[in-house]
Write a protein that binds this ligand. Sequence first.
Ligand code: SAM
Length: 281
Amino acid sequence: MNYRHAFHAGNHADVLKHVVLLAMIEALARKDAPYFVLDTHAGRGRYLLQGEQAGKTGEAQGGIFKLFVLHGLPALLQRYLKRVQADNPVGALIAYPGSPLITAQAMRAGDRLVACELQVEEAQALASLFAHDRRVDVRHADGYATVKATLPPKERRGLVLIDPPYEAQDEEFGTILSALKEGLTRWPTGIYAVWYPIKMRRTLNAFFRKAALLPCKSALLVELQVHADDTPLRLNGSGLLILNPPWQLDVELAPVLPVLARLLGERHPSWRIEWLKPDFG
Ligand code: SAM
């Protein structure tokens, strides 16, 4: 099977990331010209949520499982859930689509995805998932190096998603900032979305200060916290830093974030959509 048990898959952070990703891909599809997506840390594409281990303890219980059966949600959330449901044709929530699958499902015939994964087993699973999809180029490689190797894309419009595991802790931010500088130099008009964990907020301030100085047109922060950010011991929330976001992404997400905070929140949930660098047109 092309997925494995995954403890974290489908948690509140994945839901936020994939809803925002879908909104950005849909925005790119509003123009006829083809677009390009680079997913630097793609994972295996599909995760198994139910099973001996994941079913009992998986973090999806606090994420996608809470939303899966609901109706009457904001339109973007409904469209996201439809994509998850398409991956679960029997009705029960078993498989959870990761970022490259969400992207590929939304792509048109002429659009293109480069999906990069460093871990060999994950890269193999990803390659077999897309073995028959010629729009998707799976690379077993370092995602940061692929920024240099693939940008600028011939399509001249599109998105780079940077979603690292933060194994290097705060050092990851330095690597991300270098990749963003490199990317913006090669492709100034691309959209760049970086996922980050929120444990204790103050540890993010230096990253935001440096990100605000990047040579992009604008920068938006979109965050969802399910707990107060008062302990480094758990994932209290997460966010996306989006450079050159699509037009009106903030407006489209405005009705969605409070609903996610209400439905997925635990103790003192909160959300924010804020310009780190405003778009002055
Ligand atoms: N983006 C995926 C999604 O939303 O479904 C999840 C990605 S997961 C958070 C991070 C992935 O990055 C892991 O699968 C890990 O093996 C991979 N990884 C770690 N370091 C990497 C690197 N330098 N380049 C590419 N992939 C890397």
